[in-house]
Structures are given as C-alpha cells and as structure tokens.
Design a protein around this ligand. Structure first.
Ligand code: SAH
Ligand code: DHB
Ligand code: MG
Length: 215
C-alpha cells in the first residue's frame, strides 16, 4: 500500500508535471517563511479545470498566501478575465505578487490586503467562481458575503471542511473547527444553494472541500 504522499506525487507527476512557475511559488513562499498550507498540485489543477469548465471570467479568492492557488485559478481564466484575491498579511501579498508576476498572470489578478470581512465590502461582484480558503473561524461570514457576491450559476468552493474528521467532533471547541461546522450547517440550510462535500487525502493530510452551486 502506497502512502497518500506517494500517490499524490504520482498523480502530480502524471497530470501536472514539472511546472517552473508553480515550483518557484512554493519555494519562494517557503524561503519567505510562509506556512506550507497551499492546496496540493492535484487540487490546484482541479480548481483550474473547474474555472475552465464553468467558462469563468471573474473569480474571487479569500486567502491568497503566496499565490499558489491564485496562479492555478488565474490560469483557468481567459486573458481578459479578472481575479480578486483577499489576504490579511502584507508580507504574504508581497510574496504572492512576485509569484504571480513570474507566472505571467499578474495582469489578471488584484490582491486586496486587509481582513477579508472588511475588504469584502469593497469588492464588486458578481463572481462566476469563489474559492474560500482563509481563516476557518470566519467561514460563516465568508459564506454570507459569497452569496451576496454571487449570481445564479456561481460555484463556491470551500477548502478544509473536514479537518482530519474533527468536523464531526461536537466536543471540539477550537474556533476553527466550530467555524467550519457552522459553515457546513449554514450551507446545508441555505435554500439558494445546492451543495456537497468531498473528503480528500494526500500531501495535505486528511481533509476535504465543499462544492456549492448557487441557484
Ligand atoms: N489559498 C492559498 C492558501 C491560503 S492559506 C493556497 O492554496 O495557495 C490562508 C491565508 O488566509 C493565509 O495567507 C492567511 O494570512 C490568510 N488569512 C487569515 N486570516 C485572514 C483574514 N481575516 N482575511 C484575509 N485573509 C486571511
Ligand atoms: C491551514 C489552512 C489552510 O487553508 C489549509 O489548507 C491547511 C491548514 C491552517 O491554517 O492550519
Ligand atoms: Mg486551505
């Protein structure tokens, strides 16, 4: 039996391959002291394929980090598409801007620095695709803003909704776990959307993402 890591490397080797801009983005993020919590290569490519499948022209990302997922999402846009990515930390945004430049997608991407619950009020929608991947405690608020910035047909993807299975541990008082639990409950109760969640294993451990279609 191969490990999750090895199989992720196998999938990445087959379906992603060597990619200078993406590898440089991870390396420069590491050198700049950013945490290694970007999406995996297979999930990054999934986001790009989703954007292309939807014919997305406008994408909102909440949580930029070093811009790894941002590069994938931007590659799913047409040349005149627009991606807005929200990031709390100026240092992360600086690293991301250099990585986006190197990847040749900076013309399509605007990074807005500040707490997303505040900067979301200045963002103009609607967006075709929204990727929620910032602080987990605030996922409920991010879902409300995402609905406001959606139109019928918008797809919302939320990363990290399983968290090693802790999401079903009602005794877990970690605000990040509680935030994700509350988020999942809000999504399930929301009549304007149809949604599911998919568990994932791989280089990022055991987690999962939600896929939400706005009607
Ligand atoms: N999407 C990235 C990973 C994001 S990690 C990728 O896959 O490559 C989560 C990011 O959210 C971190 O950079 C963190 O600084 C940022 N973040 C945390 N709290 C935030 C907030 N309140 N508003 C905006 N961004 C926040
Ligand atoms: C963390 C955040 C993420 O977005 C992720 O994919 C994994 C871990 C974290 O804050 O620990
Ligand atoms: Mg994440």
């Amino acid at each position: 039996m191969n490990s999750w890591d090895d199989v992720d490397a196998y999938i990445g080797g087959l379906f992603v391959g060597a990619d200078e801009a993406l590898e440089a983005a991870l390396q420069s993020s590491d050198e700049a002291g950013l945490p290694a919590i970007a999406v995996s290569a297979p999930l990054g490519k999934f986001l790009m394929l989703l954007a292309r499948s939807l014919g997305a022209r406008t994408i909102l990302e909440i949580g930029t980090l070093g811009g790894y997922s941002t590069i994938w999402l931007a590659r799913g846009l047409p040349a005149d598409g627009r991606l807005v990515s929200l990031e709390l930390e100026q240092h992360h945004a600086d690293v991301a801007r250099a990585n986006l430049q190197r990847a040749g997608v900076s013309d399509r991407v605007e990074i807005v620095v500040g707490p997303a619950l505040e900067t979301l009020h200045r963002v103009e929608g609607p967006f075709d695709l929204i990727f929620i991947d910032a602080d987990k405690d605030n996922y409920p608020g991010y879902f409300e803003h995402s609905l406001r910035l959606s139109r019928p047909g918008t797809v919302i993807v939320a990363d990290n909704v399983v968290r090693d299975g802790e999401v079903i541990n009602e005794a877990n008082a970690d605000p990040r776990i509680r935030g994700v639990r509350r988020f999942n409950e809000m999504v399930a109760a929301e009549r304007r959307v149809s949604a599911t969640a998919i568990q994932t294993v791989g280089t990022k451990g055991y987690d999962g993402f939600a896929l939400i279609l706005v009607s």
